[in-house]
Design a protein around this ligand. Structure first.
Ligand code: AMP
Length: 397
């Protein structure tokens, strides 16, 4: 397999699949968060500095029936030009003779942005002929879109087949893979995983896989109440998935059998309604009064989790500890983030992966104080579940 760092890009056109699916202002269509564009810069700049030209290919949003102006990548052109510090050409179609003419005439150091690949249904269908047309834009294919690596789409997976020898990961995708592999395959100990979020059902596969890897597993967020109920506790109106009670019991037994220290919260902040201004009280997690619901963890839980986290060498965090979107129920999530920051400062490797814990760490302004914040929500979850992502397999095979 080729590596982007050592590949000779001199005189080559690189077709680079990036994830420029960025949020836009609904009226002005300006980019409101350019994180994903900035994340692709090291790959783009490296190719340009090493004598190549770049053809950028991405999706934006979920267009249903062909082209829709609000999903046009033309809107993000000014942001890409500003961040790259150079003019960028734009092809109003991602395939076809006009677009091919533009990519064929690119000179070393030049950049072309193709229109949204999802304007064609063949993109998500992974149609061979469409992937073949895309492939004509490049002499070499670079996949730097971790966020879509779990999709077997034409531009993320199928197109790689047309570059049997000249295909590789971009720096972003390489770093994502390296950081998850470090957590899942390293022998450094102790390894602590914190799995929170709303539901057991969406995290069950990850939890089961992690039981074979981790020393400590901290369960938090809404899913903790299913575990508490499974252990015979009273959980009032808290979020519970009754059909997962026996699975929760199973996990508790498996953790014991595998010698994993499974930590389930012991105290909780309960509210009389799902509202930031609800009345609250602090109670033992197994004694929630009827009519009340647990929306955050309490100080005893925070202290115990912080001790586990701060004595860890590897930390994986997926999912918030409470309803952090509401200011009165964010303390548990903030304090877990702070404990991870302290552990990182002491030399631990910390990976924040999966949508809402990433949103939380960004919201608290702590993203630059942990080791790695993943850009790929669903892709990261599938990777953690042990699924071989099609976009990664297509480069490796
Ligand atoms: P997930 O996408 O599964 O990681 O879930 C994230 C969501 O879980 C966030 O929107 C949180 O507000 C929510 N959440 C966390 N704790 C609770 C809780 N105790 N009750 C209800 N929802 C929660």
């Amino acid at each position: 397999m080729e590596s982007i760092a050592s590949y000779d890009f001199t005189g080559k056109r690189a077709l680079v699949r990036v994830d420029f699916n960025v949020p836009l202002n609904k009226e002005t269509f300006e980019v409101t968060d350019d994180t994903r564009i900035r994340a692709a810069l090291p790959t783009i700049n490296h190719i340009l500095e090493n004598g190549g030209s770049v053809v950028l290919c991405s999706h934006l949003g979920r267009p249903k029936e062909g082209p829709e102006d609000r999903f046009s990548l033309r809107h993000i052109l000014p942001a890409v030009e500003r961040l790259l510090g150079k003019p960028v050409k734009f092809a109003a179609d991602c395939i076809g003779s006009a677009a091919l003419h533009m990519s064929a005439n690119l000179k070393p150091g030049e950049v072309l942005l193709l229109e949204n690949v999802r304007f064609y249904k063949q993109e998500t269908a992974g149609t061979e002929s469409f992937a073949e047309q895309l492939s004509k834009h490049g002499d070499v294919y670079v996949n730097d879109a971790f966020g879509t690596a779990h999709r077997a789409h034409a531009s993320t997976t199928v197109v790689a087949n047309y570059f049997p020898n000249d295909k590789m990961f971009g720096f972003l995708l390489e770093a994502e893979i390296k950081s998850v592999d470090r957590v899942l395959n390293s022998t450094e100990k102790p390894l602590t995983a914190i799995v929170g979020g709303a539901k057991v059902s969406s995290k069950i596969t990850i939890i089961e896989r992690l039981l074979d890897k981790v020393d400590h597993l901290i369960v938090g967020g809404g899913m903790a109440y299913t575990f508490v109920k499974a252990m015979g506790g009273e959980v009032g109106n808290s979020l519970v998935e009754d059909e997962f009670l026996s699975i929760a019991k199973d996990i508790i037994a498996k953790a014991k059998a595998k010698g994993v220290d499974l930590y389930i919260p012991t105290d909780t902040i309960v509210a009389d309604k799902f509202d930031n201004n609800a009345s609250t009280q602090l109670v033992a997690i197994g004694s929630i009064p009827s009519g009340w619901m647990g929306l955050d963890v309490g100080p005893e839980t925070i202290k115990a989790c912080a001790e586990i986290i701060e004595s860890s060498k590897l930390i994986l965090w997926n999912g918030p500890m409470g309803v952090f979107e509401m200011s009165n129920f964010q303390t548990g999530t903030v304090e877990i983030a702070n404990a991870i920051v302290r552990a990182t400062a002491k030399g631990a490797f910390s990976l924040i992966g999966g949508g809402d814990s990433v949103a939380a760490i960004n919201q608290f302004g702590l993203a630059d104080q942990v080791s790695y914040v993943s850009t790929g929500g669903g892709a990261m979850l599938e990777y953690l579940e042990g699924i071989e992502l099609p976009g990664i397999k297509a480069i490796r095979s």
